[in-house]
Write a protein that binds this ligand. Structure first.
Ligand code: ADP
Ligand code: MG
Length: 676
């Protein structure tokens, strides 16, 4: 059996589509009630009560109670700790679902295999995936989750033959949501959604509490809210008085505290005037949505009221006066969402019968972005890929370029949900690492696809030349404060080991100033880059090769070996290429390999050298070639890994050139600039 479940903050309900009557119908709980309190109670004897029984305990104050846990869905926080066990909201939701499912199975005598579960439209990716997991933890398939206002619109509109644009105004216990939906024959199309998630019926309750306490303070100079149990009792009682005022013109509220007793009368008119600002706050949300969609009130045919708080008569009157539109109450305020979910479950069933095919198109309440660096490079920004109120499913494909000379084999992508350009104002959804692409330092283009599936869940895929790449989710680091700062201050979470082989031309022509300038520049270069993560080797070349210093991170050793460099120590000419020797050294070392070659001449065996350079490239070793004086420009470009990695300079500027190379290496961007 397939059902729809409204997993509510305060109450939940289960419905199925009845193929005999062609209507969704509610499956009552074991108390015969249509809705079940979303409450769980942990008793000292180890028993766990769910639903009606738990709610009873809540009012007696027995055991540890968990209510309204849906508010913390997906945030990983511990909602309840009991008997040494921790429960997250997801765990509690799974327990509640299990209870709802068991009751519904009892009512029908059939096994539930699939459930469409509803979520608030504003639920982000974490909250949605947590809801799906909670369902699956109960052993049912969750073929779909659907937004609550969309479900309400479906249960209202699935039978409507005429076209109309409806604003679903959902004022619940702790949240307010507004959604604009276009209903036409066989289609339910959501156009946009917006909400205020800290505004709801509880604010009306709080107004009553304040009203009586203010008077009590005036009279007796004590505040009943100073005592927590009294305050809680008052909040619960206020909800009852509020409901009474939905049908009666006034209520009498007794209040006993600290030996004082009083009775206050609250009329509906007074109640409405002291809560008018709350209705105005809902109006602002509606107007924002209408404006953001470039619509006006006249585009709305009907306002559909859902959510328990719309039972307050002031709501419909306020909306009617404000907009002049038809305001209709959903006959089934508490059940509309579950019924819409049941219809959706039926639609998702391949053997759907009596229900004519209804198309449902929903939107996303949050923009999906990625962490990027601002144009001027000064800060991290949230670059929006899919705008809020886009139809789902929705996919955007963007190219990501790995610059020439960068030999990285993986790309990190942080996805964000939110509207702000500032990353820390958004939810950092995930960190994914894309790898498995082919990169020979020549620049790489990778296609990354960002997708909202029809459940509003985010997926990322990546391709190189149409071939899918590995995309692996990694935990978002606990400390992401760096996203609020400058990219250059980002702490690297992994140290990149660097191995640098410096190859110096020791042929006769280097004698005198050139070798002195070379030694000086290389010393500065080593000073700049020296760290425990960087190893250097020094190789002299001429007619033969001499390894003056093997790879070492001991900067004293490398600096000492620079002093040992002597022209002609390996012959007068340049017949030998140092690249193979350097390659052998670097390819067996952990980390990235870089060869810096300094030469002032024309080599004897250029073809062999170019071949060795190709070998280095296939081992992902980057070659940077520095040419002094007579050096052969086109040859050096051939051996350098990227064109810009062949730098031509003079004795006077050799220090600067090595400085440029040091900067490039330390920043990890070796797409060097060419110098004259
Ligand atoms: P949610 O979807 O947030 O769980 P509901 O849509 O079930 O909430 O609405 C619960 C809210 O509706 C509570 O604040 C409750 O006090 C309020 N409510 C329910 N019935 C009435 C009524 N007759 N008059 C005024 N408020 C009501
Ligand atoms: Mg609701």
């Amino acid at each position: 059996m397939k059902v729809g479940i409204d997993l509510g903050t305060t109450y939940s309900a289960v419905a199925r589509y009845d193929r005999n009557t062609n209507k969704p119908m509610i499956l009552p709980n074991s108390f015969g009630k249509e809705i079940t309190p979303s409450v769980i109670c942990f008793l000292d004897d180890g028993d766990i009560l769910v639903g009606e029984d738990a709610k009873d305990m809540q009012s007696n104050g027995t055991g540890v109670n968990a209510a309204a846990f849906k508010r913390n869905m997906g945030d990983g926080s511990i909602a309840v700790s009991f008997n040494g066990k921790d429960y997250t909201s997801e765990d509690l939701s799974a327990m509640l679902l299990q209870h709802l499912i068991a009751d519904a199975e009892k009512a029908t005598g059939e096994k539930i295999t699939e459930a469409v579960i509803t979520v608030p439209a504003y639920f982000n990716d974490f909250q949605r995936t947590a809801t799906i997991r909670a369902g699956e933890a109960c052993g049912v398939k969750v073929p779909k989750i659907i937004n609550e206002p969309t479900a309400a619109a479906i249960s209202y509109g699935y039978k409507h033959a005429s076209d109309k644009t409806v604003m679903v105004y959902d004022l619940g216990g702790g949240t307010f949501d507004v959604t604009i939906v276009r209903i036409s024959k066989g289609n339910i199309e959501v156009i946009g959604t917006e909400g205020n998630h800290i505004l709801g019926g509880k604010d009306w309750d709080a107004a009553i509490v304040k009203y009586v306490c203010d008077q009590f303070i005036d009279e007796f100079d004590v505040d009943p809210r100073d005592d927590l149990p009294t305050k809680n009792e008052l909040i619960v009682a206020a909800e009852g008085y509020k409901k009474t005022l939905s049908i009666a013109e006034s209520v009498t509220i007794p209040l006993n505290y600290d030996g004082y007793s009083a009775k206050y009368t609250l009329t509906r008119a007074e109640f409405e005037s002291m809560t008018e600002h709350l209705l105005c706050a809902t109006k602002d949300v509606c107007s924002d949505l209408i404006d953001s969609l470039n619509m006006s009130w006249t585009d709305i045919d009907e306002i559909l009221l859902v959510g328990g708080s719309t039972r307050m008569p002031s709501v419909a009157r306020f909306l009617k006066d404000l907009t002049g539109r038809d305001v209709v109450a959903h006959g089934d305020t508490d059940l509309a969402v579950a019924k819409g979910a049941a219809i959706t479950a039926e639609l998702y069933c391949s053997t759907a019968t009596g229900l004519r095919a209804v198309q449902i198109a929903d939107v996303t309440a949050h923009s999906l972005g990625v962490l990027s660096v601002s144009q001027d490079g000064s800060k991290f920004v949230n670059e929006i890929m899919i705008k809020r109120n886009s139809k789902v499913p929705s996919t955007v494909r963007r190219q990501f370029t790995v610059k020439k000379g960068n030999v990285t084999d993986k790309i990190e992508v942080f996805t964000l949900q939110g509207e702000s350009r500032m990353p820390l104002d958004c939810n950092v959804l995930a960190k994914v690492v894309i790898s498995g692409f082919y990169n020979r330092g020549q620049g790489v283009i990778i296609d990354i696809e960002y997708n909202y599936d029809e459940n509003g869940v985010v997926n990322i895929t990546a391709y190189q030349d149409g071939e899918p790449l590995s995309v692996v989710a990694e935990p978002v680091p606990d400390d992401i404060r760096w996203m609020g700062g400058s990219p250059k201050d980002r702490p690297s979470d992994e140290t990149i080991l660097k191995n640098i082989a410096i190859c110096v031309d020791l042929s006769r022509s280097m004698e005198g100033d050139p070798i002195e300038a070379a030694k000086e520049s290389i010393r500065d270069f080593v000073h700049t880059l020296a760290s425990k993560d960087t190893k250097f080797a020094l190789i002299g070349f001429g007619d033969k090769i001499k390894v003056v210093q093997e790879l070492t991170s001991d900067s004293q050793a490398i600096l000492g070996s620079i002093d040992d460099l002597k022209v002609k120590m390996v012959g007068r000419g340049t017949d030998a290429s140092p690249l193979d020797t350097a390659r052998l050294m670097l390819s067996s070392a952990a980390g990235i390999g870089i060869i810096v070659v300094l030469t002032d001449g024309i080599w004897g065996k250029r073809d062999a050298a170019v071949e060795q350079a190709m070998g280095c490239r296939s081992d992902n070793i980057t070659i940077i070639a520095v040419g002094l004086g007579e050096a052969d420009t086109s040859f050096l470009r051939q051996i350098a890994t990227v064109d810009a990695g062949a730098l031509f300079t003079t004795i006077d500027r050799l220090g600067d050139t090595f400085g440029t190379i040091a900067t490039a290496i330390s920043s990890g961007n070796m797409g060097l600039r060419t110098q004259e």
